[in-house]
Write a protein that binds this ligand. Sequence first.
Ligand code: ATP
Length: 347
Amino acid sequence: MSALVDVTVTERDVDVSFEVADGETVALLGPNGAGKSTTLSVLGGLLRPDAGRIVLDGEELTGPGTWVAPHARRTALLAQDPLLFPHLSVLENVAFGPRSTGTGRRAARAAAEHWLAEVDAAELAGRRPAQLSGGQAQRVAVARALAADPRLLLLDEPMAALDVAVAPALRTLLRRVLADRTAVIVTHHVLDALLLADRVVVVEGGRVAEQGPTSEVLSRPRSAFAARFAGLNLVSGVATPDGVRRPDGLLLHGTAATGDHPPPGSPAVAVFRPSAVAVHREPPGGSPRNALAVVVTELEPLGDVVRVRAGELAADVTVASVAELGLAPGSDATFVVKATEVDVYAQ
Ligand SMILES: Nc1ncnc2c1ncn2[C@@H]1O[C@H](COP(=O)(O)OP(=O)(O)OP(=O)(O)O)[C@@H](O)[C@H]1O
């Protein structure tokens, strides 16, 4: 079931276009307010776009003069909140989907039992939602979404409301059920993208900033958001023969790992790991290395290092270095990175 999405929601300044191949899971990534949930609402038919079209499995769901109602789309939404009917048992909740599309009682019940077993929740069948933990309720919600036999599964931050101890088990379950399903997932979590998505679509300011296979986008990001999401520093500007020049004139020397240095003058990015950055209080004199004057904005503990953030840039240094340098938000500092650590490629 492939999907083609090309929609505009004028009031929210959202205008996105992307495709989902048959059996593929696409992750929508982006900062708060980027338009991810709006896109999901349009796909599910909860919001009517001002222009554009959605084609699912060859059928136009939304288009000029076409509007298929939400219940007739055969899409299912798994949200943060399981949204189970409190007065129905778990089994009845899961059977609700097939029942509402006309399946007989007995067959709907059999489908519910099947999907509850698939999500390892068969023993919960007789309980009421109030008798479930958050993780159990979300498992049941997954079964309910699948029991409706959706052509397209929509997931809106399905792990966001769960305890950190429970989220990994649900992620593993979703990895299994999404393996050959056509799905779109909105997430803020890098593990969701890595473990669940074949491709990612990065939305910034209501527009698609970049898209591509997950491993490619996260290892060689081209947008500021994807770089931050992947835990990498990204400086964008124009290519020079030996690096990238920022709009403010600063030249960052780097190398094109794959040998395809972008043509001078073309839009390019310089990408480097926070762990490759050394932090100094004073600019190191006479050094041929890249030196970026920054103001520290935030210190964040990260395992056995401290991530020193300076706006969009980050450096990982030891706790001892932070103490020795006396770093704190507001400190002037210089981030230094060797040219051999800076990967340059076309934006
Ligand atoms: N119900 C609404 N009515 C009007 N505007 C809305 C509504 N919901 C969201 N918006 C606006 O639409 C734009 C896109 O918001 P949306 O919720 O789609 O972003 P998002 O990427 O899902 O963000 P988040 O990660 O914070 O959930 C924002 O400018 C937001 O303020």
